[in-house]
Design a protein around this ligand. Structure first.
Ligand SMILES: NC(=O)c1ccc[n+]([C@@H]2O[C@H](COP(=O)([O-])OP(=O)(O)OC[C@H]3O[C@@H](n4cnc5c(N)ncnc54)[C@H](O)[C@@H]3O)[C@@H](O)[C@H]2O)c1
Ligand SMILES: [Zn+2]
Ligand SMILES: [Zn+2]
Length: 397
């Protein structure tokens, strides 16, 4: 089959690789019809290289049709339409039972001391072959895939794999009371969806912050107050306070993560690790702070006293310098983590109807053949061509 594979920094290729096969009785093989490209994939493309091997199959936002089932699978059958959550979670352990699927005890990666395995996401997360491919092996066939109806386009359901539960969790963790205020840093797919969910759940003031004109414009169309960082890099906190009664918003979602623009020192550290031999670089990634922390610093600065910061942007450094004085003095709450997909899908599924309150049907800016994957990564990283969300569709070629 064809699959998108990682070969080095900014080097993603279309390779021909062996088809996946059933390895355990509860495995299913899914023929992928749509598969998203995520901001998290950009971290693999740029800074997380030390944790990948050339040839690793990327992708963690797939959906498709069940092509084959193992003998122990009773809950789905060949021909069923399914979405595959990005967490590889068993659904039956203590963590999964508490709705903490990204901490699944069956798939935690003990070698690195990390949480649940993820599809297509480095050795830190189990080096599991990903879903930007024609076929995907999905373990835990009775509990992991989310069955969805045939009929509506893939766009209706594909974001259940990641974008929707991640954004839902970010808004839930922000915990803004009705009538309250929320600022969202970053208006990529995650930040954009956070603004939509917040509005849907009744947050009165929703402020979106980014520096890419078409992303700001897209949010504005959804009734979000926007701030362009290119104009307000220095006085951001003042502008945000001006929109929130002088205090700052009740909560801030950081939907940017470890590659924020605007922290030159950490950018240099990231680049150095990119040049070092793998063994040294992965050690340094784990022990030294190498994240660009611009967004999380902004979040601490702009949130009101006693407010909440909800981090959905991914961070990875083990010794990132955090402004503890300000965090403690302002009495902030920090909540974060990979999204627990199954925890939120029962809340989200009823919204995926023809009425489409979250606008998922038109959410993708690009629907491209799998073969266009390498260019899509480059365009998405450079934020060109109006690209916000790309769905790769193997049946297109
Ligand atoms: N927690 C989870 O489970 C989970 C799941 C999916 C994605 N993520 C993470 O969420 C983040 C966003 O993902 P995405 O797909 O929307 O990616 P993206 O890269 O398209 O979006 C990031 C946006 O942040 C903007 N930005 C950069 N620096 C900024 C700054 N200092 N202040 C404000 N905005 C800034 C960029 O212009 C961009 O629009 C990534 O870090 C990704 O890894 C986390
Ligand atoms: Zn993703
Ligand atoms: Zn589990």
């Amino acid at each position: 089959m064809r699959a998108l594979t990682w070969h080095g920094k900014r080097d993603v290729r279309v390779d021909t690789v062996p088809d996946p096969t059933i390895q355990n009785p509860t495995d299913v093989i899914v023929e992928i019809t749509s598969t998203g490209v995520c901001g998290s994939d950009l971290h693999l493309y740029e800074v997380l290289g030390p944790f990948l091997d050339p040839g690793d199959i990327l992708g963690h936002e797939p959906m498709g049709v069940v092509a084959e089932v193992g003998p122990g699978v009773t809950e789905v059958k060949v021909g069923d339409r399914v979405v595959v959550p990005f967490n590889v979670s068993c659904g039956t352990c203590v963590m999964c039972g508490q709705g903490l699927h990204s901490q699944c005890e069956t798939t935690q990666v003990h070698e690195y001391g990390t949480g649940a395995s993820l599809f297509g996401y480095t050795k830190l997360y189990g080096q599991v072959p990903g879903g930007q491919a024609e076929y995907l092996r999905v373990p835990f066939g009775n509990t992991l895939p989310i069955k969805v109806p045939h009929g509506p386009p893939d766009d209706r359901f594909v974001y259940l794999s990641d974008v929707l539960p991640t954004s839902w969790q970010a808004v839930a963790y922000a915990d803004v009371k009705p009538g309250g205020s929320l600022a969202v840093l970053g208006l990529g797919p995650i930040g954009d969806m956070c603004t939509r969910i917040a509005r849907h759940l009744g947050v009165e003031t929703v402020i979106g912050i980014d520096l890419v004109p078409d992303r700001l414009e897209r949010a504005r169309k959804n009734d979000v107050e926007t701030i362009d960082l290119r104009q307000h890099g220095k006085d951001l906190a003042d502008v945000v306070r001006g929109l929130t009664g002088g205090r700052g918003p009740d909560a801030v979602i950081d939907a940017v993560g470890l590659e924020a623009h605007g922290s030159p020192v950490a950018k240099a550290a990231q680049q150095i690790t990119g040049l070092l031999p793998d063994a040294v670089a992965s050690r340094l990634m784990q022990t030294a702070g190498v994240d660009r922390l611009g967004a999380v610093y902004s979040a601490v600065e702009i949130v009101r006293r006693g407010g909440t910061i909800s981090l959905s942007g991914v961070y990875g450094g083990m010794a990132d310098p955090m402004p503890m004085l300000q965090i403690f003095d302002k009495q902030l709450q920090l909540r974060m983590g990979q999204a627990n997909v199954h925890r939120w899908s029962p809340d989200i599924l009823p919204l995926l109807t023809d009425a489409d309150p979250l606008g998922v049907d038109d959410f993708a800016t690009h629907r491209l053949p799998l073969g266009a994957g390498p260019e899509a990564y480059a365009t998405f990283q450079k934020k060109q061509d109006g690209m916000v969300k790309t769905l790769l569709q193997p049946r297109l070629g």
